[in-house]
Ligand binder design. Structure first.
Ligand SMILES: *Cc1c(COP(=O)(O)O)cnc(C)c1O
Length: 261
């Protein structure tokens, strides 16, 4: 067997796996949502964001073929490459990208130029919101760019994000002073150890829900109109029980990642 044939067969088995994994994750989302307390869960079925960082285009296309539309990336250059790839544009015209990584100021114009960027989930400061707003105005995007404010619910320094009060204030600032942006909700990474605690609920997810309560109390917004992006491969079912509207699942769909340096 030539090496290219064996690479091809590895890819086709990876494609079959990924398609099956999307279906399994969607079933698990539905089951978690159905067994959740109706007073605590989201008002409609949570959205699945398939986190495709470090994974090849073929696997993104495989997910798209089975109906997946929302994808997450956390490196600006990789997102830009994928979002502008000809094959993706041809085969996945309705793809919706979520940016879920750290943004350096000098990369903001690049992000604002990505036409099918659906949501930037990691707005973490007033400066970033204002820079992003300016960049989006310059690009004259056809719609306001959806943004989420990242909350550091576990106060772990390396994870970035704001305290609960700061996040609720930043969301208000976006509403008032960033006409090219549309505030859609709050995002947290949360602490996995907390999700694995025995009682089946994660205090980080609870704090994200409290951030929303705070914002709604300040603005009069209806809680159902404000999203909560929380839950990853290891804890998305817990997050759904606690009100997640948007789960970001990578390795359970695409397999383990080789860590980048
Ligand atoms: C990588 C990543 C995910 C997905 O993580 P998995 O554990 O592989 O599901 C979700 N959210 C963010 C912010 C990430 O960087």
């Amino acid at each position: 067997m030539s090496s290219s044939t064996s690479a091809d067969s590895t890819m086709s088995s990876a494609i079959a796996d990924v398609k099956e994994n999307v279906a399994t994750v969607l079933q698990r989302i539905t089951a978690a949502y159905e067994r959740a307390d109706p007073n605590r869960r989201a008002s409609s079925m949570p959205r699945l964001v398939a986190v495709s960082k470090t994974k090849p285009l073929e696997l993104v296309i495989a997910c798209y073929e089975v109906g997946q539309r929302h994808f997450g990336e956390n490196y600006v250059q990789e997102l830009d490459d994928k979002a502008n790839n000809e094959q993706i544009n041809e085969l996945c015209p309705d793809i919706k990208w979520h940016f879920i990584g750290t943004v350096q100021t000098n990369k903001i114009p690049k992000l604002a130029s990505i036409p099918n960027l659906f949501c930037l989930e990691t707005v973490g400061s007033e400066k970033m919101a204002k820079n992003l707003n300016k960049a989006c105005e310059k690009e004259s995007r056809s719609e306001r760019l959806g943004v989420m404010v990242q909350v550091n619910t576990s106060a772990e320094e390396q994870k970035g994000g704001l305290t609960l009060d700061e996040a609720a204030e930043l969301a208000q600032l976006i509403d008032k002073s960033c006409p090219a942006l549309r505030f859609v909700g709050f995002m947290t990474i949360g602490s996995l150890e907390m999700s694995q605690a025995q009682d089946g609920s994660n205090p980080d997810f609870e704090r994200l829900a409290q951030t929303r309560n705070k914002y709604c109390a300040l603005t009069g917004a209806a809680p159902a109109s404000v999203e909560l992006s929380m839950g990853m491969s290891q804890d998305f079912e817990t997050a759904i029980a606690q009100g997640s509207t948007n789960v970001r699942v990578g390795s359970t769909i695409f397999g383990p990642r080789i860590k980048r340096t």
